[in-house]
Design a protein around this ligand. Structure first.
Ligand code: ADP
Ligand code: ZN
Ligand code: ZN
Length: 697
């Protein structure tokens, strides 16, 4: 019978392997099977007659054992895995096994039996929970979601109460069927600890504490197994998780929520490069579940897919768009203040008007958030005498200067060195940082606010949250708690602090250097930037009553050298639809997603020539073979990646584009064996991979 197992990456075995069993095994059964000299976990993938034929004279090896006590995985789950494998060009076994908790592979039968005994039984203890009176916009969104099939795009301003809509819809689905399950997905769970507690508070009193489980990579293997079993057995009614949760075994799935659906972290960046948002849509349709995508700044794909019918386009998009423009409590979105840096004193990090505004807020006891998407003290050290720069010896990138521990660190390969006392190339003792990161911003701001006193008569306090300050477990929670409790007056941080948090006393948000994205080579950079700035703006003035009591409307400050740029003009009006319309028009003109479908093939090799030669050969082979779909798929020439070398590996990529998803898919499927066949002919090639619907180009 066919059994899906995880074969080493890049072996050409894409299909389940054939094994023998003396007893009948239902498809979906978890088994242990021999693979080479090892015994591995596998999933029975079909009936015996569906197994791939073995070469004549070869006998199938026998299934070594069955994981007792675990029901077979449902056909719907296997269809999801099979679809994901096909669509993202990976082996079924790889996708299936990556979707299962790692401990299932590692535990022996007795250990597993013990875990299963400990798995909680479904609890039923109906109890009243506090109900929230919905705003009119919320009520109408909930009613639509109840009445229509969807899929839905909930387009709601930051602070419009999208979470409450999700919770009400989940509550309805769970109340309608005593076995129904809900999947709530968030981009990064660590960044939204509040959501988990809100979900728990709402549903634990109704269905018991065990009915709410989390699923994300920050959990221990034991916790992950526990959550997975709870979902698989139906004991868990609500799974709250990151992208990996889209593969959870949820036999009675009734509703899926994808919060912040535009967030790039829904795209997996290794192995099978799936997009959990897109799989959620597929899964919901296939399993007959409702699906709600939510965002204040939807991805242009989802925005386009939810366009209302118009005279020239009478059918409109496939999704239903729901609007919630108003903030809860009639709060105002912040006023956007654009500072023209061309008019400011040269070299100032904080323009005088921004500094004055921050000072005033702090003196009134309000909090400020300063955003800079670059950590470290300075992106590079520089010698003015000879031109030396702190380049990483292993990458085509600079090493970032971290002042707190006096190191130079490469953010691509991790290579770390002590800061040299003098220029390594000419001996000049005077090497200087160029540019700035969050560490420097924190230091400078603390100095600038040194003499500022808060209403409770203490000195202003500046704190920083980024990947460097939150490495230790629990550090992020602790630092966020300090912000929430009011110990911190100004918070400096990367995009980490711009997302999701329900800060109550922040009334001013500033982006000090956002221009970079305006001129990026990635066509999605403006979209990303707009979303980030809108998100960041959404952190200001979330508590309408606090704002009213303070008497100072919230503000979002942008320091820029391009004050007239269209992106900032749209931002100033909080006008996502206008921004999206412009971007979509440009994309349509240029034939880019969502008006075209893309895939990337990437090759890593010892030399750039070898990497490109592989891609070129693969491209030639496709043409020579006259692959299906080729007439509708455009293959661009191979090019080096923007950061060409990382950890001494040269990287190149080739873009494929087609106006038709189906044509691209047919082409990729037919091409896969040729790519595998090409591999051994290229010495020096380290790896290659296909990325379907890539998020970064
Ligand atoms: P969003 O996710 O759209 O940014 P949230 O769901 O975080 O917004 O809601 C913003 C704030 O408003 C939260 O503090 C939330 O508890 C509160 N809130 C949401 N809906 C209501 C309501 N109907 N009545 C009162 N407060 C609400
Ligand atoms: Zn020098
Ligand atoms: Zn490096």
């Amino acid at each position: 019978m066919p059994v899906a197992v995880s074969t080493p990456a890049h072996s050409s075995v894409g299909e389940p392997l054939s094994y023998a069993s003396s007893v009948h095994l239902t498809p979906g059964t978890l088994v242990r099977v021999p693979l080479g000299a090892r015994e591995v976990l596998g999933v029975v993938w079909g009936a015996p007659e569906q197994a791939a034929p073995l070469p004549p004279g070869v006998q199938p090896r026998a299934v070594a054992g069955v994981l007792e006590g675990i029901d077979p995985l449902a056909p719907a789950w296997r269809r999801l895995v099979a679809f994901a494998a096909r669509y993202y060009q990976r082996a079924v076994g790889e996708v299936a096994l990556a979707a299962l908790p790692p401990q299932l592979r590692d535990l022996g039968p007795q250990q597993l039996a013990r875990r299963l005994r400990r798995a909680p039984a479904p609890a039923h203890q109906p109890a009243a929970t506090e109900s929230v009176a919905l705003s009119a916009e919320q009520a109408s969104a909930v009613a639509e979601i109840h009445a229509q099939p969807g899929p839905f795009l909930l387009f709601g301003s930051t602070g419009s109460g999208k979470t409450e809509v999700y919770l009400q819809c989940v509550a309805q689905a769970l109340a309608a069927d005593p076995q129904a399950q809900a999947l709530v997905m968030v981009p990064e769970i660590n960044l939204t600890p509040q959501l988990e507690s809100r979900v728990r508070q709402r549903f634990a009193p109704l269905y018991g504490d065990a009915a709410v489980v989390a699923m994300h990579s920050g959990m221990t293997p034991a916790q992950r197994l526990k959550s997975w079993l709870a979902a698989h057995t139906g004991a868990a009614r609500i799974v709250l998780g990151t992208r990996m949760a889209v593969f959870a075994s949820l036999p009675r799935l009734a509703i899926i929520v994808v919060d912040e659906e535009h967030d790039p972290s829904y795209k997996q960046q290794e192995g099978a490069r799936y997009n959990a948002r897109d799989l959620a849509l597929w899964r919901a349709r296939e399993q007959g579940a409702r699906v709600i995508l939510g965002s204040a700044t939807p991805s242009l794909e989802s925005w386009h897919a939810s366009r209302p019918p118009s005279p020239g386009d009478p059918r409109g998009g496939r999704y239903q768009r729901l609007y919630m423009p108003s903030r809860i409590g009639a709060g105002q979105l912040p006023r956007v203040c654009i500072v023209d840096m061309g008019q400011q004193p040269r070299g100032a990090v904080f323009s005088p008007p921004l500094l004055a505004a921050i000072t005033e807020r702090v003196q009134r006891g309000e909090q400020c958030l300063v955003l800079l998407n670059r950590r470290g003290f300075a992106p590079v050290l520089h010698c003015h005498a000879c031109g030396w720069k702190s380049d990483c010896p292993h990458c085509s990138a600079h090493q970032v200067f971290h002042k707190s521990d006096r190191t130079l660190r490469c953010h691509h390969c991790g290579f770390t060195q002590r800061v040299p006392r003098a220029c390594p190339s000419c001996g000049n003792p005077d090497i200087l940082p160029l540019g700035r990161g969050t560490e420097q911003l924190e230091e400078q701001l603390a100095a600038l606010l040194r003499n500022v006193i808060t209403p409770d008569r203490r000195a202003a306090r500046v704190a920083r949250i980024d990947a460097d300050t939150t490495r230790a477990k629990g550090a992020l929670e602790e630092q966020l708690a300090q912000v929430h409790s009011g110990e911190v007056d100004v918070l400096v941080g990367t995009q980490m602090v711009a997302k999701g948090h329900d800060f109550r006393r922040i009334t001013l948000v500033a982006a000090v250097q956002p221009d970079g994205a305006l001129f990026s080579s990635d066509f999605r950079a403006p979209e990303r930037m707009f979303a980030l700035l809108m998100q960041a703006a959404g952190r200001a003035g979330r508590d309408a009553r606090y704002v009213a009591a303070q008497g100072s409307p919230p503000e979002m400050w942008i320091q820029t050298w391009h004050p007239d740029h269209a992106v900032y003009a749209a931002l100033r009006r909080h006008d996502y639809p206008a921004f999206a319309a412009r971007q979509l028009a440009e994309r349509q003109e240029a034939g880019m997603p969502p008006f075209a479908y893309q895939a990337l093939v990437r090759a890593d090799a010892r030399t750039q020539e070898a990497a490109q030669a592989f891609l070129q050969a693969a491209s030639d082979a496709a043409r020579a073979a006259g692959l299906p779909g080729l007439d509708q798929v455009f293959l661009f020439p191979p090019v080096p990646l923007a950061i060409q070398r990382v950890a001494n590996v040269e990287r190149a990529q080739m873009l494929l584009e087609s106006p038709q998803r189906g044509a691209l898919q047919r082409f990729l499927a037919a091409w896969q064996p040729l790519l595998h066949a090409e591999r051994p002919r290229h010495r020096g090639l380290v790896r290659w991979l296909v990325d379907v619907d890539p998020q970064a180009i």
